[in-house]
Design a protein. Sequence first.
Length: 99
Amino acid sequence: MKPQQATRILACAALALLLSACAAQIDAGVATGEDVPGFWWGLWHGFIFPWAWIGSLFDEGIAVYAVPNTGRWYDFGFFLGITVLGGGSWFSSKKRRRD
């Protein structure tokens, strides 16, 4: 790895850390109970995110993220749904051909 690449990676990581430090969830968005979306609903919502987002542009009743939810477990399921089931990791795992 070239020193210039390492510097860019560190700068991007520092920027991501700085921006994520500002993230917070309001207490009203986190709830408990049987009917509150948890990990499995987060996984499903992450998987259908592209279609839900398109639908939300045309219908105010469609949301891409459930509020209230169980908090961290819902977020973790949502993240997995987007990255793993949604194809995020598949696209990045393809090796580039060098001709």
